[in-house]
Design a protein around this ligand. Sequence first.
Ligand code: AVJ
Length: 331
Amino acid sequence: NTVTLSLNGSNHNHTAVNQFHEDVLRGLTSTPKRLDSKYFYDAIGDQLFQDLMNCAEYYPTNCELDIFKNQTAALAKSIIGNDQDDFDLIELGAGDAMKSSYLLKYLLDEGIKFTYLPIDISAHVIEELDTNLAKTLPGLNFRGLNGEYFEMLQKAATLSNKRKVVLFLGSNIGNMPVAEAEAFCHELRNSLSPGDMALIGFDLKKNPKTILAAYNDGDGITKKFNLNLLSRINKELGADFKVEQFDHYPTYDPETGACKSYLISLADQKVHLADYNESIHFQKDEYIYMEISQKFTTEQIKSMAANTGFQTVKYLFDAKNWFTDAIWRVQ
Ligand code: AVJ
């Protein structure tokens, strides 16, 4: 069986394409089938997510922007040390730093000493940030870190022994199931020192219809966003997915707060990965689990802090109380 052979074979060359291939193959040969939502973000996926942030139904970005725009002083006050020490402001998955820019500008205007260290898996993102922030925020101490979150956090620790404040915005933490998110916070805590802080954006439980609509927008951008991963597999792994033979199925469970999306196979069909000579069979109505966007209660967030060695400093909420930025300190 070619699938087993290539998974257990002697190919230990972990280039990006091999890792992508390995993860896709493992996911599509699992029962049930699944794909990893971290692979949504190729150039087209990035653009579709931008479009999503501008559509009426997708609220999380605007909620967090409300906090960063309208409560900048409170945010800054919570992360500035009492002795106004020079500190490192690290951002995980910085993207275009649209929200954090408000905080950066405020800190600069107040004459607070700090260095901004965005971490992103995309070298392109880091280069863009470097160029753009030099123009929009002259005087900003900038040090871009291109790589995996925890590897780059280690790197940041070797670059300076200053106090660290780590931003993890946009409810990106929701892309992990609760237990995994807790493990992530634990690992984050272990890569920090007493006095260091985390500022994490959590999307909150709210009217289930509001949540479901955000992941089922009327223009079908979320559907395209999900289907684009199949197109990406076609392009990068030589597969022949017929994307019109799959439908987007978003769900939200108000009990658990899990918002999950699936792609449903509309026919009995076979997909061939030509570059690797592998075939995947789909039954009619079979699903591929694509993504979780977990919604939280404040109680859950508080217990997550307590369970992972963080102390609550402050919770900031948007005007609608739909989203919170949690500010935690390492005990
Ligand atoms: C970028 C992970 C925060 O889960 O809300 C948007 C991605 N998926 N619509 C989210 C997403 C479908 C988004 N995050």
